[in-house]
Ligand binder design. Sequence first.
Ligand code: FES
Length: 190
Amino acid sequence: MPKDHADPIAALRENTAVPFERARAMPNEVYTSQAFVDAELEHVFRKDWYCVGRADALSSPGDYVSCELADQPIVVLRDQDGALRAMSNVCLHRMSTLLHGRGNAKTIVCPYHAWTYNLDGKLRGAPAMAQNDAFCKDHYTLPQVRCEEWLGWVFICLDPDAAPVAEQLSDVARMIEGYNMTGYSESFYE
Ligand code: FES
């Protein structure tokens, strides 16, 4: 029976240090340790770029897909000007999730108290708040998340300091340059 390790990262490092001919399964803790999950969130999922699909699946203004990255609800969409954007999918009023799954929306309407946001994340209307003299909707915009398109793939990243996708994947781009990946479409998978 495999032994438990006090430090799952050290155990994984030990595993990967052996020659290929002596390779073993990963230590159990990679799948069960909260410390390992926390380390993955901190060093991988909050730092790196993640692909959320093909840009042509978000071809029209208002097309959106929602996802979670490192426990952060995010919506990726095509805005009114035709640009791809990613932003927080959490309402600035009482933190309700705004959009679910994928679809098309002219505006983003919170299902809880109907605060409404433009496709660039700016607050457009907040029912009942007009009675509050101190409230100014111009002060509310959904926090934006980095979003880049690379060869037709859409990537998002929570780290403002991460190098651009094209820079990080420049070696991959050279390897696959004969495949015209930019011309792939979502129907390719059907
Ligand atoms: S939580 Fe969104 S409008 Fe209240």
